[in-house]
Design a binder for this molecule. Structure first.
Ligand code: LLP
Length: 423
C-alpha cells in the first residue's frame, strides 16, 4: 500500500489527509488511490511484455466505473461473469476483443449478448453450456469463440469458500474428461475452440498451486495437440493473494505477527510460472482482481460509541457488514488503524458495526490504538471485494466512493439517499 502512509501521525492517501475526506464526504467512505491501482496493474502486465498476452482485470473485485475506465485506458482487458459486468466493461471502454466471460451458470441471454458484442471468448464450464453456446451461435449465424475451463484438481490451500480447483468444487470441466470434452466441443457447429482456462481459487499465498496448474496446462495442451486439437491460448485465471497484515507500519501501531511476510506476490508467482507457460507457444491470458485493486482502497468509518460489557470492550463504528462483508463471511483479517494516531497506547477491543447481527464485526479481540467517540478508523486493504458486496441490509444506505489522484479528489459514487432506497 505504497500510496497510503502516515505523515507524522496523520494517514494520507497519496497527497490527501484522509480525515479531510470524511469531513467533506461523510462516513462510511471508500477511498481509492488511482496511482496504486495502476502501479499494481502495470507491475503485473509489464512482466508479460514480449509475450502475446492480455491482462484481464476481474471486474468482480471492484467494478466502480471510474476505476474501470482508468484500467481500460491503461490497456487492460476485462474478465466478466455476467451481463451486468459485461455492460460495465463495455461502458468503461474495454475493447471487446480483450474481454473474456467466465461463470458456471451463464444464461442464454447473456451468451447471446456476449456473442453479439463479439467479445474475445466465453470460458465454458460444462458440456451443456457448450451445447447452448453452439445453438445460440447457430441462431445468430455467427462463430462462437470459446475456451474450456478445466478443473485441474489442485488444492489452492486458501479459504474453503474461495478455493475452486478441486474435483468436488462446482467449477470447470473435470480434468479427467478434458480430452473427450475438447473433442466433443470441436464437433459442435459454430464453436471456435481457442483455448484452455483454469482458475484454482483466490487469495492464494503460495507459488506451488500455481506452478502445479501451469504444469497441468502445459501437459494438457501437449496432449490436445497430439490428438489433433490445436490450442492457441492459455488463460490461467486470477487468484494471486495479497498480504492483509501490517499494510501500514508505524511505531505507534501494534504489529500483527501472523501471516507470512515472505509470501510471494502476484508478479513473483507469475514470473515463476512463465517459463512453463511460454514453452507452449500459446498466447497468455490472466485474470487478476484482488492483486490489482485490494491495496488501492480503504474503508473509512467513524467511531460512534465505545462501551465495556463483561470481559469485552466494544468499539461501535458507523460501517457495518453491509459495507464490507469479508470479516463476517470469511473471518477475513483487515488491519484497522486510526486515521490520526493520537496515542501509542493499545488495548484489545471488538470493532463492530451497527447491524443487528452478532456476526457484524470487523475485528475481534484486536489490539487497537486507544480510540474515542468520533475518531475516524481506516479499514485497510479494502479495495477488492469490498464495495461490490454492499447491501441495503437493515435499510442501510450504500456508502460513497472517492478516487484520489495526487492531490486531486473525485467522488466516483455518490452516497445512496433515502429516496433511492424506495425505488
Ligand atoms: N477469474 C475467475 C474465474 C474467478 O472466479 C475469480 C475470482 C478471478 C478470476 C479473480 O480472482 P482474484 O485475482 O481476485 O483472486 N469474495 C472473495 C473472493 C472471491 C473470488 C471469486 N473469483 C473474497 O472477498 O476474498
Amino acid at each position: 500500500m505504497k500510496q497510503f502512509s502516515f505523515r507524522e501521525n496523520e494517514l494520507y492517501c497519496e497527497e490527501v489527509p484522509v480525515r479531510e475526506l470524511t469531513e467533506e464526504f461523510g462516513t462510511p467512505l471508500y477511498v481509492y488511490s488511482r496511482t496504486e491501482l495502476l502501479d499494481n496493474f502495470r507491475s503485473l502486465d509489464s512482466l508479460l511484455q514480449g509475450t502475446d498476452h492480455v491482462t484481464c482485470y476481474a471486474l468482480k473485485a471492484n467494478s466502480n466505473p471510474a476505476l474501470l475506465k482508468s484500467l481500460a485506458d491503461d490497456g487492460a482487458g476485462a474478465d466478466v461473469v455476467s451481463a451486468g459486468e459485461l455492460s460495465l466493461a463495455l461502458q468503461a471502454g474495454f475493447s471487446p476483443d480483450k474481454i473474456v466471460f467466465a461463470g458456471v451458470g451463464k444464461r442464454e441471454d447473456e451468451i447471446e449478448y456476449a456473442l453479439r458484442e463479439r467479445i474475445h471468448c466465453l470460458n465454458a464450464e460444462s458440456v451443456q453450456e457448450l451445447q447452448l453456446i453452439s445453438l445460440v451461435a447457430l441462431r445468430l449465424q455467427t462463430g462462437a469463440p470459446v475456451a474450456l475451463r478445466i478443473n485441474p484438481n489442485i488444492d489452492a490451500d486458501s479459504h474453503p469458500y474461495i478455493s475452486t480447483g478441486l474435483k468436488q468444487h462446482k467449477f470447470g470441466i473435470d480434468g479427467e474428461k478434458a480430452l473427450e470434452t475438447f473433442q466433443f466441443a470441436a464437433s459442435l457447429p459454430n464453436l471456435e475452440v481457442k483455448g484452455v482456462h483454469t482458475h484454482i481459487g483466490s487469495q492464494i499465498r503460495k507459488s506451488e498451486p500455481f506452478l502445479a496448474a501451469a504444469d497441468f496446462l502445459a501437459d494438457l495442451v501437449k496432449r490436445l495437440r497430439e490428438s489433433g486439437i490445436l490450442i492457441t491460448q492459455l488463460d490461467i485465471g486470477g487468484g494471486f493473494g495479497v498480504g492483509y497484515e501490517n499494510a501500514l507500519e508505524h511505531e505507534g501501531l501494534p504489529r500483527n505477527e501472523q501471516g507470512d511476510p515472505n509470501a510471494p506476490d502476484a508478479p513473483e508467482i507469475l514470473r515463476a510460472m512463465l517459463p512453463t507457460l511460454q514453452q507452449t507457444g500459446c498466447s497468455l491470458w490472466v485474470e487478476p482482481g484482488r492483486s490489482i485493486v485490494a491495496s488501492a482502497g480503504i474503508l473509512l468509518t467513524r467511531v460512534l460509541y465505545t462501551k465495556e460489557q463483561g470481559p469485552k470492550k466494544f468499539v461501535i463504528v458507523d460501517a457495518g457488514m453491509n459495507d464490507l462483508l469479508r470479516p463476517s463471511l470469511y473471518n477475513a483479517y483487515h488491519q484497522i488503524v486510526p486515521a490520526r494516531i493520537e496515542t501509542y497506547e493499545h488495548e484489545p477491543v471488538d470493532i463492530v458495526g451497527p447491524v443487528c447481527e452478532t456476526g457484524d464485526f470487523f475485528a475481534r479481540d484486536r489490539l487497537l490504538s486507544k480510540v474515542k467517540q468520533r475518531d475516524i478508523l481506516a479499514i485497510m486493504t479494502a479495495g477488492a471485494y469490498g464495495f461490490v458486496n454492499v447491501s441495503n441490509y437493515n435499510g442501510r444506505l450504500h456508502p460513497a466512493e472517492v478516487l484520489v489522484n495526487g492531490d486531486r479528489v473525485r467522488v466516483v459514487r455518490q452516497r445512496q439517499t433515502l429516496e433511492e432506497l424506495l425505488k
